[in-house]
Design a protein around this ligand. Sequence first.
Ligand code: WTA
Length: 651
Amino acid sequence: MDLSARLEELQQVERFPPPDGFREQAVVRDAGVYEEAARDRHAWWERQAERLDWFERWDTVLDDSNPPFFRWFTGGRLNVSHNCVDRHVEAGRGDKVAFHWHGEEGEERDVTYADLHRDVQRFANALKALGVERGDVVGIFLPMIPEVVVAMLACTRIGAVHNVVFGGFSATSCAERMEVSAAKVLICPDGSRRKGKTAPVKQQVDAVAGDIGESLERIVVVRNVGDDTPMQEGRDVWWHEAVDAADPECPPEPLDAEAPMFILYSSGSTAKPKGILHTTGGYLTQVAWTHQWVFDLKPDEDVYWCSADVGWVTGHSYIVYGPLANGVTSVMYEGAPDYPDKDVWWALCERYGVTIFYTAPTAIRACIKWGEEYPARHDLSKLRLLGSVGEPINPKAWLWYHEVIGGGRCPIVDTWWQTETGAIMVSPLPGLTETKPGSCTIPLPGIEAKILDESTGEEKDDGQGLLVLTQPWPAMLRTLYGDDERFVETYFKRFGPETYLVGDAARKDGDGYLWVIGRIDDVINVSGHRLSTAEVESAIVSHPNVAEAAVVGRHDEDTGQAIVAFVTLREDGDDMERAIRDHVAERIGKLARPKRIIWSDDLPKTRSGKIMRRLLRDIAEGRELGDVTTLRDPDVMEQLKSKVAERQSEE
Ligand code: WTA
């Protein structure tokens, strides 16, 4: 039977129970866990925290005396790097590979737990020698190389707070995030590689370092591409020199369970990114637990691979902290999925015997487009579980993933969560949960999610509304760095301090399964990357020839959503489309470049001058226009509609 006939047949199935062989061997087989967790949440989370090594046990599981500022495992002391590295080495597993690292040009480096133990201690001492103290912020702007993991763990060893910036962001964006977090040290590479080309990252950082402000004292440079790199005397230091000069022994600091662990900037409704703050004990507890349960992890047998970048929360929780806390062997890949050819992912799965693979729907859709001949070139028979994250997965992509990559035998875990939640919240447990393609199924044990009616705020048992989380969870964000007010305002103003507003709309079906629809705020999800329309707008209008801009998201077959920008120029110019796209790449990063720019003499505004994005969204999606009665100048819409039609006919 050919593939499309098979997919059509599968589409009729609608429900996929765990395969028998899988269920019998699964880490979690007892459906009683949901009720058990609901009956006594504190005891439940306490049991999960016991997975970790604590220097001192907590006195209180959950301090909820000042909601929404929840505190977990207070009084407890632990160290993340000790849990991710030392305890495996101490248990005699030092020779075990932590990462099979694979470089873009095919280089290979196996990093064992003992290697991490050595490198993390040395780099932690190097940081101390550079003046980094407990609570200081360290910026990390590195590509997917083992040093990024060492740098993160070294911070956690001494209680420094890391602030990782995705390597695909521009140096300008990185500098902004360093400035607002008052970073003391920034770690960057001399350059980075992408599809055979290199980018001079250090020089780009040099160009904007002046904007970071006085907090930034030192820049540590990792020799990655080996190009000549100017170093500023007194400020810049080579990674390898700092490490060589450092003392080899650095005992892990016993840190308070609530000690700040990392900040990760994420997009929100305004142009200013939110510094999402996570703390030590609760975060590590929930990532370690979810990584084992959701991925049915058997640390002695599995080879696990998450294809995300460490610069996103998925990389933090499910490339670095979850897998290392559980002592598993992972694959870490530096390059792009289509370089040197479109089968590179599947070649790596075969080469390292990957058993668990975790990726994003946008990547699956790209693979579908490239064709099934690429995975067909490789033996994927070791795979036994597949995961998806970052955006709703459309049933077609789910079925293709299941059939072509999973050979019809691997359960798929569609995991819903956010930078803010720190860890997976809604997902099947693969040995227990019957899955439905397109649904992330039900909240994990201990987690409570509800759908509230958009206008009345009443709970809905069935139907569509706002997704909220109604019980605190250990890995929840603690605040927005330096901005408690915005934290409360963003997540807890609408329904009060006990009800976390997720920012997604979702539907619950008659079985209680959740179907996430998408964001309700001005966040666009492009290829699983969160971007704010306001951030992109402000980058566009900072171009000297732009008078005004409005940005909206539109459905896109490949990337989930795509950015459409409506732009009014000050005067006509040459190749302005390219100029604006380049400008956005420089300000934010290539990922934020608009897919489509529509020139317009004017934008639809209310009488008080507010841009009506709702109408622009209707236009971008090619829908019937909504209510236009509040428009100051209704002719604007007609002009825009014909512009869009013109653009479409050009394609
Ligand atoms: C979306 C990524 C549907 C959602 C871990 C959420 C999803 C935002 C899923 C968070 C999923 C993430 N199904 N939608 N399985 N996973 N999302 O902070 O809109 O980069 O609010 O965290 O991605 O994106 P973030």
